[in-house]
Design a protein around this ligand. Structure first.
Ligand code: B12
Length: 235
């Protein structure tokens, strides 16, 4: 086992103002210091650093370092949770900056993490990027029962729905949720996207989804394409 090391984003100096430093933010996220994270992200926003740069160069390095340690079982749930809280503090600040100024939404997207799964960092990033692309996103959070996805899609007349899953045991609920949409007679009224680290295009095909997004950028491209495709109208 090799001790994970901080992966410093290549060329970050070129994307930040002169004399800027990210080291203290990398350490704050790593240590789960959400107050410092909040202050430093605010300073980065005030310094007019692009929010995506804040995410990639400022927030991800410390998060990924702890994530690698968690995967290697060097740290455990409590430490990972406080790092995730710091990460989410930063995400909450950049979210409004990325939100689209579009007058009419491109479409309505219902997003959530499937039943039994508490991971929400990835789907929160996909949500922010979708909003940035002009979608009205209703995020149901984590541990979402299939019925809740269906009720919300129906109430909101959703165009697309997205299921995130990070555990090899919970990806199964992506398939179950799609089957529940079929049973409810709503499958053809929405386009369904699946994602999350253990998922693949093959899995998306197997579980009956309309598409799979490897990351937030692919998710947005896919959503923009699928929203143009014909669907059965909501009554
Ligand atoms: C953070 C984390 C946690 C945190 C979650 C906090 C939170 N608020 O999210 C906590 C500590 C709670 C946690 C708990 C557990 N975790 Co955990 N966790 C992680 C960790 C470190 C990072 C996950 C993450 O946020 N990645 C970063 C985001 C940006 O990536 P992402 O989610 O993949 O999302 C991107 C894409 O997948 C895609 N995407 C995501 N969703 C969607 C949805 C759609 C529709 C689309 C199109 C695209 C898309 O776009 C995103 C952005 O680019 C990973 C290991 C790792 N290094 O990845 C383990 C990991 C996922 N966890 C794991 C495990 C085992 C657990 C626990 C079971 C541990 C335990 N013993 O209890 C529990 C399960 C709790 C539960 N019931 O869910 C395993 C899963 C193994 C497996 N294959 O099943 C991993 C891989 C660690 C490991 N190697 O052992 N975890």
């Amino acid at each position: 086992m090799t001790e994970p090391v901080l992966q410093i984003p290549e060329g970050w100096e070129g994307r930040a103002p002169q004399n800027w430093e990210w080291q203290t933010l990398w350490e704050a996220v790593e240590e789960g210091d959400h107050k410092y994270t909040h202050n430093r992200v605010e300073q980065a926003i005030e310094a007019s650093i692009d929010p995506r740069v804040i995410l990639d160069d400022g927030l991800f390095p410390g998060f990924n370092l702890q994530g690698d340690r968690f995967s290697e079982q060097i740290i455990f749930i409590p430490e990972m949770l406080i790092t995730a809280r710091a990460m989410k503090t930063g995400l909450a600040l950049i979210r409004p900056l990325l939100a689209a100024a579009a007058e009419k939404p491109v479409g309505t997207f219902v997003m959530g993490t499937v039943l039994g799964d508490m991971h929400d960092i990835g789907q929160s990033i996909v949500t922010i990027m979708l909003e940035n692309a002009g979608f009205n996103v209703i995020n149901l959070g984590t541990d979402v029962h299939p019925d809740r996805f269906i009720e919300t899609a129906e109430a909101e007349h959703a165009d697309l729905v997205g299921f995130s899953a990070l555990l090899s045991t919970t990806v199964y609920y992506q398939k179950v949720t799609i089957e529940e949409f079929v049973k409810a007679g709503h499958r053809d009224k929405v386009k369904i996207l699946v994602g999350g680290a253990p998922t693949t295009q093959e899995w998306a095909d197997e579980c009956g989804a309309d598409g799979w997004g490897r990351d937030a950028v692919q998710a947005v491209k896919l959503a923009l394409r699928l929203v143009e495709e014909p669907r059965e109208a909501w009554a």
